[in-house]
Design a protein around this ligand. Structure first.
Ligand SMILES: [Zn+2]
Length: 420
């Protein structure tokens, strides 16, 4: 079905997301956009039978350079700082082993393919050096490529800010398939001053900013008292800077800096205080929190306060994070896992995390996240049991059936069609 054509697909259930599921309905696509939902079919028609059609899923947080890993680094439940040591060791080994070879491109390509098979049509990707290749490397990735910025030392500030400026300028003018974003990595790897400068740059250029924040108790300990396992890690890596983080700092201090950005994403936020959650809720149009359920489980953190976050009006979105802490990049599996973990959250709300909420997080809600006429025709097809008595949301989330078909702009991405 070519993108310029008009066609209609009938499903047992359509999940528009901006309204309840519709039974035995048609989705009409024209010129790569959604033309109608539920109405009488137009153009070429096909009844897909016992399936659900829902918007293309959006994975708001991943690091695709880890996509060749067959299993997560380290072991489940290990201390987070020990896992970071594993990541540092792995990255050094990759660079040593594949000296001069662009190993990242292949991992990213495979990661994009795996993401699509799992139903994700848009990604929030944390992109690392080298930047010269980023244009070609991220061709094929749709969503936002957040340039990762690392360097706690004040002397690095000017250099990192200039690289960020160049990246935004290059990406906005190069016609990349993904949009640019910026990711000052975390409070333990970049200075508050750099985060503030990046937030100001974001406000000027309208690119989103993503930061890992309040991920562990050990991070909070570092911010408060410059001590604990993170301090030891940074000392060991020769990266500790004595006067960069003011003693007694909290995630809220960082959130106030991020509030100056055009749009910000707090990755994890596992240990935010109630005051911090309220602050994020007040900024819901421009500040989101990204929950990575299976990564959260991998590190055996305290229960994730999803119900509390949603109650405080926070825009929570879902991410898989990387294969370094998750067995795969399948967003449908991530959604189902989250539904099982949070029986106190409605299945409708769980579905929103990887659709409309994730679209808001990445700033693409004008064209993505719901099946609404006028939106880009990104959607997925998932088999559902021929059961008319169970709530369709529960039917979809309770099933183990995998994504059957994926469309972007009305064109089938998966399964890949043989050339005519
Ligand atoms: Zn991450």
């Amino acid at each position: 079905m070519a993108t310029s054509r008009t066609f209609s697909l009938r499903a047992r259930y359509l999940f528009p997301i901006d309204r309840p599921p519709i039974r035995d309905a048609w989705l009409t696509v024209s010129k790569g956009r959604i033309a109608a939902v539920g109405d009488a079919p137009v153009g070429e028609r096909r009844d897909l039978g016992n399936v659900a059609i829902l918007p293309g899923l959006i994975n708001a947080h991943t690091h695709l350079e880890f996509s060749e890993l067959e299993e997560p680094l380290g072991r489940p439940g290990m201390p987070f700082t020990d896992w970071i040591r594993e990541v540092v060791r792995w990255r050094r080994e990759m660079i040593r082993q594949y000296d001069g070879i662009d190993w990242r491109s292949q991992a990213i390509r495979h990661g994009v393919e795996e993401s699509v098979r799992g139903g994700a049509t848009m990604l929030g990707e944390i992109a690392t050096l080298p930047w010269e290749e980023s244009g070609s490397r991220y061709q094929g990735l749709h969503g936002v490529s957040f340039m990762e910025l690392l360097g706690l030392a004040r002397e690095r500030h000017a250099e990192l800010l200039s690289a960020a400026n160049n990246y935004v300028e290059f990406s906005q003018s190069s016609g990349c398939s993904s949009k640019p974003g910026l990711s000052p990595h975390a409070p333990y790897t970049v200075s508050p001053e750099l985060i503030e400068s990046i937030a100001t740059l974001s406000a000027r250029t309208h690119v989103p900013v993503a930061i890992h924040l309040a991920e562990t108790r050990e991070e909070l300990e570092l911010l408060t008292s410059a001590s604990g396992p993170f301090r030891e890690l940074l000392d060991d890596l020769n990266a500790w800077q004595a006067d960069v983080i003011p003693l007694g700092s909290t995630p809220l201090d960082y959130m106030k800096l991020l509030a100056k950005a055009d749009r910000s994403l707090i990755i994890h936020g596992n240990y935010l205080s109630d005051e911090e959650m309220v602050f994020a809720g007040q900024q819901r149009d421009r500040m989101s929190i990204i929950y990575c359920p299976r990564t959260h489980a991998y590190f055996a953190h305290d229960r994730y306060p999803l119900r509390e976050m949603l109650d405080r009006g926070i825009n929570v979105a879902l991410g898989t994070d990387a294969r370094a802490s998750n067995p795969n990049l399948n967003v449908l599996s991530e959604i189902r896992f989250a539904a099982k973990q949070h029986q106190d959250v409605s299945p409708e709300s769980i579905l929103r995390l990887a659709t409309i909420n994730a679209a808001v997080a990445l700033g693409i809600q004008e064209s993505h996240g719901t099946l609404t006429p006028g939106m880009q025709a990104d959607f997925i097809v998932v088999p559902v049991a021929p059961d008319t008595t169970t709530d369709p949301n529960e039917l979809l989330l309770g099933s183990t059936d995998m994504v059957q078909q994926v469309f972007r702009r009305g064109e089938q991405l998966f399964p890949v069609k043989a050339e005519a």
